[in-house]
Design a protein around this ligand. Sequence first.
Ligand code: NAP
Length: 216
Amino acid sequence: MNNVLEGKMGRLGIMGGTFDPIHYGHLVAAEMARVEFHLDKVLFIPTGNPPHKIGRDVSAAELRYEMVERAIQDNPAFELSALEIKRNGPSYTVDTLRVLRRTWPDYELYFITGSDALLEIFSWRDAEEVLTLIQFIGAARPGFDASDFLLKVQEDNPETQGRIHSLEVPALAISSTDIRTRVGRGEPIRYLLPEPVRLFIQQRGLYSQEELSHHD
Ligand code: NAP
């Protein structure tokens, strides 16, 4: 907890996700992580072309980026990065973390994402390197307790000890999949996500064909 003892000047949270669309669950998770882990700021990095989602319809990276921009505009501790959406080809977290490690050498870095995404971490490219580059915060939906699994990962991989954390986020009962389905069915999404994002979805006609498309 003591930055001086760790030799680091500060702590940066990195919020990685597809954000299709971003919603209040993500925003609450980022804010809870910021407070609980004493992060100076949280950098949102929407994925480019997610390597694990080839074949499923994911909204264009620029649209997902714009929605995040609208969602975080009123929080001075939140920032947005186009690092992944500018990258050509599949986007791997290890490439992002290598860049961030170089850009923020004096900062303790924490990657915040869904705990169910973290359960797949050993299928990620260069997983072992990923686990040593940065600490992880798995944001869990209510009723989905990943802490046993995350503890086991650390027992099996001693170099990751104390570097993978779990955070229960009740607001994560909201999900992007549910929002897309609701829009497709013509059901309301007001109060599930920031109003500027809801209006953007409406104006651009996003997800209106979602019922017809394939879900993951
Ligand atoms: P996902 O499979 O779409 O999501 C898995 C679960 O985690 C969903 O329940 C999702 O909820 C939730 N979630 C995702 N991001 C979250 C966040 N930042 N905070 C709280 N909950 C979150 O996962 P994804 O969004 O595609 O990927 C998550 C991150 O892992 C991304 O940064 C991605 O680049 C990285 N990743 C990397 C690799 C690789 O390098 N090979 C592979 C997989 C994932 P919602 O649907 O409501 O968002």
